[in-house]
Design a protein around this ligand. Structure first.
Ligand code: LLP
Length: 414
């Protein structure tokens, strides 16, 4: 049901041929479907039907202000991890009261900015952060709504770089520490504990670890109740996996039902911070084949995108589908690689593709953790971003130029 589909032999985003996007804006370019973003958000939201909940889209997955604006218009809240992300949310018209702020190393300045902006909740990740938040609140004369991020020590069964709920990870705090933070906060004038939070990892495809985390959270809630402390919400973070290759993601109705059942009679408002699920399949990276090269036994398609544009394959060894923008006959086995001088600069190994120099290919499921993780490595200009809506297309981020890159640099005085 993706909006990226073939009409005859040509790949389209909604009603726009991708060849037209390449002609108009050049390559490499990220292309997102507005329809797919909206549908993914609504699917997530509707899965919880009338159970009290809020969806706080995780800005880090794709922080383009046009994407944030689409979601803000649907009523989404936002999960942020920096002052910069909050600036983006505000610029995109997001409601500060629907923002939750996660992260192990929030600075004093970031806490102050978010507090003055009136965000909905600070997800506090350490006793030191709790003390800092109290100081910031005192300085501002404002009370900070907060929750403690718990580290439930569960294995999310995902890539080690994106698993965050194990006790050896830097995220959250153990049950005893969490309880002591809630108790301490009762003496604080400028922190008001309203919730409890956890996020055990990303690209999760099994429900069991999530249920285990809920079990741990319920234990904490019960322990707090024995101290007379009650909370309004439980934030279960993000992490819902998608299908890149042959993964079997948890169907949203199953996810929702399992969570609601696991909550049982702990009927707190639920918060979710999905990122990947909302935007990954709504985007592709459009790139052009520069040339074909045979080296010993291997054949390569060298494209004009590189690991600086999309680092997931290099960083996590992740698999993403690559498809032709114009279908041709005569497939051959090719590795799709970029022009950067690193063997890690690849998108795909040994795929069956029918392409010739000058042809376009699309790297699928690139809407999440694509552009946001891009860099200027090799002094390459970062890609343009385009949103398609029906038969219209809009450039929502201009391709960088070398002038943009050089703007912040200077040589030493003579
Ligand atoms: N909430 C918190 C506190 C998080 O740390 C994250 C992701 C999310 C929500 C959203 O998780 P999602 O629903 O997108 O799985 N760059 C990696 C993914 C890093 C995820 C970091 N945290 C990748 O490309 O796979």
């Amino acid at each position: 049901m993706s909006s990226f589909h073939y009409k005859h032999e040509d790949l389209y985003a909604e009603d726009v041929p991708l060849s037209e996007i390449a002609y108009e804006y050049g390559t490499p370019t990220y292309v997102y479907s507005r329809n797919d973003i909206e549908r993914a958000y609504r699917d997530f939201d509707h899965a919880f039907t009338d159970y009290p909940h809020s969806v706080c889209y995780s800005v880090k997955a794709n922080s383009n202000i046009a994407v944030l604006n689409i979601l803000a218009n649907l009523g989404s809240g936002f999960d942020i991890v920096s002052g910069g992300e909050l600036q983006r949310v505000l610029k995109a018209g997001g409601a500060p009261s629907k923002v939750v702020f996660s992260g192990v190393g929030k600075t004093k300045e970031e806490l102050m900015f978010a507090l003055k902006a009136g965000i909905g909740c600070f997800n506090v990740e350490s006793p030191a952060e709790l003390d800092l938040l109290e100081c910031v609140g005192q300085e501002a004369g404002l009370i900070a709504p907060a929750s403690v991020r718990v580290n439930p020590d569960v294995d999310a069964g995902t890539h080690p770089y994106i698993a965050t709920g194990l006790k050896e990870n830097k995220f959250g705090v153990s049950r005893p520490t969490a309880v002591s933070m809630y108790i301490k906060s009762r003496q604080m004038k400028y922190v008001n504990m309203i919730g409890i939070d956890c996020h055990i990892g990303s690209q999760i495809t099994e429900i069991e670890p999530i249920i285990e985390a809920i079990t741990e959270i319920k234990k904490i809630i019960d322990e707090l109740a024995s101290h007379g402390i009650t909370l309004e919400h439980v934030d279960l973070g993000g992490g819902v996996g998608i299908r890149y290759r042959d993964e079997k993601p948890i169907p949203l109705p199953t996810y929702a039902e399992a969570i609601i059942n696991a909550m049982g009679d702990h009927q707190h408002r639920l918060l979710f911070e999905p990122g990947r699920h909302i935007v990954a399949n709504a985007g592709i990276l459009l790139t052009k084949v520069q040339l074909l090269k045979k080296n010993h036994e291997s054949s390569f398609a060298i494209v004009d995108a590189a690991m600086n544009d999309l680092i997931r394959p290099a960083l996590y060894g992740s698999w993403q589908n690559v498809i032709e923008v114009k279908r041709r006959q005569k497939k051959q086995t090719l590795s799709i690689v970029g022009p950067i001088c690193e063997t890690a600069d690849f998108f795909a190994h040994k795929r069956e593709l029918a392409v010739e120099p000058g042809d376009l290919v699309a790297i699928e499921a690139s809407g999440a953790y694509g552009f946001v993780m891009s860099s200027n490595y090799n002094s390459r200009n970062r890609a343009a971003e385009v949103i398609v809506s029906g038969s219209k297309h809009y450039c929502v981020r201009t391709r960088e130029t070398i002038e943009h890159q050089l703007l912040l640099e200077r040589t030493l005085p003579p």
